[in-house]
Design a binder for this molecule. Structure first.
Ligand code: COA
Length: 204
C-alpha cells in the first residue's frame, strides 16, 4: 500500500461537461487557499449549513492544506473559465484500523451542477484513491441532504449506516448522519464508465 508520505500522482486534464463547458482538473496546492475561500463563500446558505467542515473559515482551510502537505488528503480542483467549478477530495488516515476506507467529499458550484461535473470528479478521485491503495470510499452527509444522497446513489454509492443525531449543523441543530460507501476496488465501477474522448479531454 502507498504510504501517506508518498504523494498521489495526478496528470492534469480537461473535461468537457454535458452542456459543452470545459473545466481543467488538477491537484489543489496551498496557493489555492484564497480561491477555495471565495468558492466556499459563493455557496448557498443551505449548502453551508450542511458542510462537514466550515470551509468559509480560513483556519479550517489551513487545516485542509496541512492535510494536503502531509498526504492525508488529495484534492482535485476543477476550474472553469474564471473560478473554481468544484472539487473532490479523498481523505485517509493510515494510523486507523479503517485505513482501507477513505472519505470522499465532492462539491460543485451551483452554476455547474447537473452537468456531469460531480460524476466526472468522482471518477477522477476514485482513480487517485485506487492509486493510494484504498478499497472503499465513504461519503457522509446529513439525512436531510436528499439531493446529495440521490446523486451519490446514482454514482453507485450504497447506504451503510444512519446514525441518529450524530452531527450538528452550523446553527447547532442535531442532524442524523448518513454514511454511504463505494467499493473502489470492485468491478461494479459505475462512476468511471464515462467513455474516454481523447487522452487529455474527456466528455462526461
Ligand atoms: C452532490 C453534488 C456533488 C452533485 O454534483 P453534480 O455536478 O450536480 O452531479 P452530476 O451532474 O454529475 O450528477 C450525477 C448524478 O446524480 C444525479 N443528481 C445530481 N444532483 C441531483 C439532485 N439534486 N437530485 C437528484 N439527483 C441528482 C444526476 O442526475 C446524475 O445522475 P445520472 O448521471 O445517472 O443522470 C452537488 O450537488 C453538490 O456539490 N452538492 C453540495 C455538496 C454535497 O452535498 N456533497 C455531498 C457530500 S460530500
Amino acid at each position: 500500500m502507498a504510504t501517506a508520505t508518498q504523494a498521489a500522482k495526478y496528470q492534469p486534464k480537461q473535461l468537457q461537461l454535458r452542456d459543452g463547458r470545459q473545466v481543467s482538473v488538477r491537484k489543489m496546492t496551498p496557493e489555492d487557499k484564497s480561491a477555495i475561500l471565495e468558492f466556499a463563500r459563493s455557496l448557498p446558505e443551505e449548502d453551508l449549513l450542511f458542510l462537514r467542515t466550515d470551509i468559509t473559515d480560513p483556519s479550517v482551510v489551513d487545516a485542509w492544506i496541512e492535510n494536503l502537505r502531509k498526504g492525508n488528503t488529495v484534492t482535485l480542483l476543477a476550474e472553469g473559465a474564471d473560478l473554481i467549478a468544484g472539487y473532490a477530495s479523498a481523505h485517509r488516515d493510515e494510523a486507523r484500523w479503517t485505513r482501507r476506507v477513505g472519505e470522499v467529499r465532492i462539491n460543485a458550484a451551483t452554476g455547474y451542477r447537473g452537468a456531469g461535473l460531480g460524476r466526472a470528479l468522482a471518477a477522477e478521485i476514485f482513480e487517485v484513491a485506487r492509486s493510494l491503495g484504498l478499497k472503499k470510499m465513504a461519503a457522509m452527509m446529513t439525512q436531510d441532504q436528499t439531493g446529495a444522497r440521490t446523486a451519490f446513489e446514482r454514482l453507485g454509492f450504497t447506504v451503510e449506516a444512519m446514525l441518529t443525531e450524530w452531527v450538528e449543523d452550523r446553527r447547532g441543530h442535531p442532524r442524523d448522519l448518513l454514511v454511504m460507501s463505494y467499493d473502489v476496488a470492485g468491478f461494479n465501477d459505475q462512476a468511471t464508465t464515462s467513455p474516454a474522448q481523447s487522452e487529455d479531454t474527456r466528455r462526461v
